[in-house]
Design a protein around this ligand. Sequence first.
Ligand code: KG4
Ligand code: ZN
Length: 323
Amino acid sequence: MLILGIESSCDESAVSIVRMERGTSLSILSEVISSQIDLHRAYGGVVPELAAREHLVNLPKVTGSALELAGISLSQVDLVSYTRGPGLKGCLLMGDRFAKALAISSGARLRGVNHVEAHLLSPMIENTELSFPFLGLVVSGGHTELYLVKGLGKYELIARTIDDAAGEAFDKSANLLGIEYPGGAKLAAMADTVSGSCFKLPSVMTGTQGDKAALAFSIQDAIIAAIIRKVKVAVEDCGIRDIAISGGVSANRRLRVELEGINQVRLFSARRDLCTDNATMIAFLGGLYEEQIDQGTTIAHAFEDDLKLEVKARWPVVKPKVL
Ligand code: KG4
Ligand code: ZN
């Protein structure tokens, strides 16, 4: 099955073409990504309206390049898998309409998938030894969520942030430290230049570059400590020691060191560019659902192949429990 994956939920227009056959691992034929970082830098964050317009310009170009690199024509694509949500509504709409147009013109099937779920399962793309059940930690710009992953479409939410997501906390703190957008990774790199800090957060500080590194250390420490506390409880409660991390913040060195330090834990993650927003994880998730449907298995999520489905700017991976 040849799958064309499309990601457009935020500020990356990405298209991947992958081949997926049941029982074999995924082979990636091409991955093309157009980042909008330069466009949004002047504003210190993503401007939704600009981002949506940029997707309109970029998606056709990125798709053309991806098809060319993969050496296939659009008519050979069996499945178009795209991000239906969650994300910025205008950006999702661009990807959605584009995906539908591609599916109509090529005759391919269409599957709109959940972006956070795609992050959650992305460590399975290259780690064949990672199998259900495992603990899935999604730490990105928009999400900090810990799930018990029992199977495809079978998730239990264990913990989620009630405040900013880890990536957003990194980015906002970086902004306050005068680090250029997107500052999360730069703040982390700055924090790693020192081995400790006297700052006890919350506190207000101004000062030299040395002070900034120490403050970056404390910020990183505070963000990561909150995550590690929850993961430790989940590991003990569930008795599951396989942890799969995904999302942009999973590139964080300190987070990885701390997770690996938890008793007997096996840590899995995708390669770095599959941790951040990408279309390969979208293609992969669409392919997994397609395989299940081919096998006649009933799946927990309703993913109708329907051109009339609308995007979902808010779309929890697990339906919140009504108390
Ligand atoms: O998954 P992602 O690419 O986009 C979202 O879906 O949100 O995650 C991007 C986030 C940004 O907030 C970025 O600052 C953060 O991941 N990030 C990091 C690091 N690398 C990226 N945060 C901390 N340490 C890093 N090394
Ligand atoms: Zn993401």
